[in-house]
Design a protein around this ligand. Structure first.
Ligand code: SIN
Length: 281
């Protein structure tokens, strides 16, 4: 394979050209892809045609697969590793989760071991008058950290936030048994990427319920200020989807949100897998 890495020109993201994910990928090519993923936070491959099995096999190259509650409800029949993200209905029944990730977030930050990353494969993408809809925005929480004044960086280092599964308003409210298995957890608000050592902010307005050592008012103001800072235009890459795109994001240094600017008859269908993660440090 004649691999080429083309950065987006934004604070994060790169296109990987010259790779056919339906073909076997040798160790050296995979190592180059993984390095690009670590370095750019978001990487994507255009014009792919892969089966659900190939999608899962590619995800497994990065380690174990993670499952979440939405996966259990919306997985591809016979393939529990893949969650369908879609607005399509079949016989009046939704085939997937409709409004996944419409607010800025990092996947499953409310768990003790948030995922390493997520892989989204576009099967159908919406458009109106030939204009693509249903983009996804990605923000580099690492570039946002780098841009903070040193005095504020010093204030933040060592602090931990409480991440509460019940804090965020969700399209599908969790069931009591799902809340029981997701008690509040504490994570550092300045994370160190486990592979690159790069620091990044780890704060989400809708998931962080408190900051240890700060009173409620102070914590709320700090969470809001940092969450707003992370998603400033200079830290963002906006992906305009095409069918056949396979895109993956790093869930430590990157936050994302799906733009919900389409509706039926504009159809959007994505297949999503999630990689197992580690305890944030
Ligand atoms: C997600 O947050 O996983 C959904 C992203 C998207 O559908 O664009």
């Amino acid at each position: 394979m004649n691999l080429e890495i083309v950065p987006t020109g934004a604070a994060l993201g790169a296109e990987i050209r010259g790779v056919d994910l339906a073909q076997p990928i040798d160790e050296a090519t995979f190592a180059t892809i993984e390095r690009a993923y670590d370095e750019h936070g978001v990487i994507f491959f255009r014009d792919q045609r892969i089966t659900a099995e190939q999608h899962v096999a590619f995800t497994r190259r990065f380690g174990e697969i993670a499952y979440n509650i939405f996966g259990q409800r919306w997985s591809v029949p016979g393939c529990p590793e893949i969650v369908v993200v879609s607005n399509i209905t079949d016989d009046g029944k939704p085939i997937g989760i409709r409004r996944a990730g419409e607010y800025w977030h990092s996947d499953m930050c409310y768990t003790a071991r948030p995922p390493r990353g997520t892989i989204l494969y576009a099967i159908e993408t919406p458009e109106l008058l030939g204009l693509p809809l249903g983009d996804t925005e990605f923000a580099s929480a690492a570039a946002a950290w780098d841009a903070l004044p040193e005095s504020l960086q010093q204030r933040l280092l060592g602090r931990r936030a409480v991440f509460d599964f019940t804090a965020r308003k969700r399209a599908f409210p969790p069931k009591p048994e799902e809340i029981l298995v997701n008690p509040p957890v504490r994570h550092p608000i300045v994370r160190t990427h486990p592979r690159t050592g790069r620091k990044c902010l780890y704060v989400m307005r809708d998931d962080c319920a408190a900051i240890e050592g700060l009173d409620a008012e102070e914590a709320e103001a700090l969470i809001a200020a940092l969450a707003d800072h992370i998603v400033k235009p200079q830290f963002i890459y906006r992906h305009r989807w095409r069918p056949g795109d396979l895109l993956m994001w790093d869930n430590c240094t990157v936050q994302h949100r799906a733009i919900q600017d389409y509706d039926l008859p504009q159809r959007r269908k994505m297949h999503r897998t999630t990689m197992g993660g580690s305890v944030p440090v």
